[in-house]
Ligand binder design. Structure first.
Ligand code: THU
Length: 135
């Protein structure tokens, strides 16, 4: 899979953002090992805390469709009316990604389909707590 396609899908997903309170739009595109892409956006609530980040929306869509094996996720975020910035997953999303990602799965932060940075989950969540700790 060409990461340009995945980066473009994250930017597309950002267009669907429901963010009337923060006015910060986020989109995510999650790539399964079989090559399928699941998109998600942030969905806010007037009560604030029920808000769901774009990364978790994409992950929950995929997992609830039976997907378990992932290769990468791309994230794009921008203030309403502004340009996308390198938007890194929040701590809660990093932890949720750890549930299904190996440490070498890739996390892209996207400005444009051609301008993105690639990290691994292990890089952005070092010394994480996971299922292996409970064995
Ligand atoms: N947000 C995401 O969707 N993903 C992140 O990783 C960072 C934050 C959303 C949550 C909220 O709707 C808005 O960005 C501002 O925090």
């Amino acid at each position: 899979m060409d990461y340009k396609t995945l980066a473009a899908a994250a930017l597309e997903a950002m267009e669907m953002s429901y963010s009337p309170y923060s006015h910060f739009r986020v989109g995510a595109a999650l790539l399964t090992k079989s090559g399928k892409i699941y998109k998600g956006c942030n969905i806010e609530s007037a009560a604030y805390s029920p808000t769901n980040c774009a990364e978790r929306t994409a992950l929950f869509k995929a997992v609830s469709e039976g997907e378990r094996e992932f290769a990468a996720i791309a994230v794009a975020g921008a203030p309403k009316g502004g340009e996308p910035q390198y938007c890194y997953p929040c701590g809660v999303c990093r932890q949720m990604l750890k549930e299904f990602f190996r440490d070498d799965c890739e996390v892209l932060v996207v400005k444009t389909a051609d301008d993105y940075k690639v990290h691994t989950l292990g890089e952005i969540l070092p010394f994480g707590f996971g299922a292996e700790n409970l064995r």
